[in-house]
Design a protein around this ligand. Structure first.
Ligand code: NAP
Ligand code: ZN
Length: 346
């Protein structure tokens, strides 16, 4: 067994504490990674707080992982010691079902293995990236391009792919009018990526406080959703809306902003249901969809796309002792735009 230092939480209302966790000895296809940086995703908070259902505590969250390979199992062919690598939201899948075969491992019909709060094929609970080391099968390890520093690479492994995948799938590009609802960790990546894909990008944020940042990230327009006039002005305008909001919002108001055959894709994952008014969709044959992260092949494609277009997240690096404080600031929408833990402070 390999011992790793970590930050763990023992229950929904508990603070993070120092912990030691065990990582398995390398199996033939496993890679041992020394983690350098781990991003804080709002999903970590939903999970740590038990909002999505029961959790087996102690929990070590973290699925935006960047680090260096320090050892590989005997059958590993893709990586070797010294490689700069990343790990995202999943660390395994069946590999055999139709979806896995098509490179959509996130939709594995037998269920992907989540990086934390999951159970691996050995029957052991998985623990995430707020830790010094992790062992992952090589097929779930990503290569970080040379021109992307490890601290800013980390958030790409979730916030990057979660926004890239639906933008890609629903054809973001020149001539497409796209709105991004909520400009936090995911939202600011959606703005940068959609802009690089050539789409016209509008931010729909609660207020105009971050307007200058939005334009700097590549937005063409920026509106406040706390101003009812926004919904009159933009009625029927967008081809695609990516909703990244972590809380329950009046989703029907946003459907009214879609054009004929437009689609609203939810990537935000609030614990409560979002009630749908069917007429808000049927009046212009609109679609309501949702999307979960992206497959491994597409995640590598996203990393290479970001490297090519010089896209990285805006981050605030924190020490391991500041996780609780960072969670509070994310919950208050006071994040610019992703907290990343410097694992050397562990
Ligand atoms: P985040 O950094 O907290 O960003 C969410 C943004 O939503 C906030 O910055 C804020 O933007 C807006 N917002 C928050 N509360 C709101 C409210 N009550 N009403 C209106 N707007 C509100 O979170 P994140 O890390 O980007 O994650 C966002 C959501 O996506 C979470 O639910 C997370 O679990 C989910 N997620 C899903 C996937 C997936 O695969 N589908 C992957 C990762 C994360 P403004 O200040 O601009 O309004
Ligand atoms: Zn995430």
């Amino acid at each position: 067994m390999i011992t790793a230092k970590a930050r763990a939480v023992d229950g929904p209302n508990k603070s993070f504490r120092a912990a030691e966790i065990k990582r398995r000895e390398l199996d033939s296809h496993d890679v041992l990674i020394e983690i350098k940086y781990a991003g804080i995703c709002h999903s970590d908070i939903h999970t740590a707080h038990g909002e999505w259902g029961p959790v087996n505590y102690p929990l070590v969250p973290g699925h935006e992982i960047a680090g260096i390979v320090t050892a590989v199992g005997p059958s590993v062919t893709k990586y070797r010691a010294g490689d700069r690598v990343g790990v995202g939201c999943m660390v395994d899948s069946c590999g055999e079902c139709e979806n896995c075969q098509n490179g959509e491992e996130q939709y594995c019909l037998k269920g992907k293995v989540d990086t934390y709060a999951g159970v691996d094929k050995y029957g052991e609970p998985t623990q995430g990236g707020y830790s010094t080391h992790i062992v992952v099968p090589e097929d779930f390890v990503l290569r970080i391009p040379d021109n992307i520093d490890l601290d800013v690479a980390a958030p790409l492994l979730c916030a990057g792919i979660t926004t890239y995948s639906p933008l890609n799938h629903w054809g973001a590009g020149p001539g497409k009018k796209i709105a991004v609802v909520g400009m936090g960790g995911l939202g600011h990546m959606a703005v940068k990526i959609a802009h690089a894909m050539g789409a016209e990008v509008t931010v729909l944020s609660q207020s105009l406080n971050k307007k200058e940042d939005g334009f700097r990230f590549g937005a063409d327009h920026y509106y406040a959703t706390n101003d009812p006039e926004t919904f009159n002005k933009l009625a029927g305008y967008f081809d695609l809306i990516i909703n990244t909001v972590s809380a329950k919002i009046d989703i029907n108001a946003y459907f009214s902003l879609l054009t004929l055959d437009g689609t609203l894709v939810n990537v935000g994952a609030p614990a409560e249901p979002l009630p749908v008014q069917v007429f808000a969709l049927s009046s212009l044959r609109r679609s309501f969809a949702a999307s979960m992260i992206g497959g491994i092949r597409e995640t590598q494609e996203m990393l290479d796309f970001c490297a090519k277009h010089n896209i990285v997240p805006e981050i605030e690096v924190i020490s391991a002792n500041q996780i609780d404080e960072a969670y509070e600031r994310v919950l208050a929408s006071n994040v610019k735009y992703r907290f990343v833990i410097d694992i050397s402070t562990m």
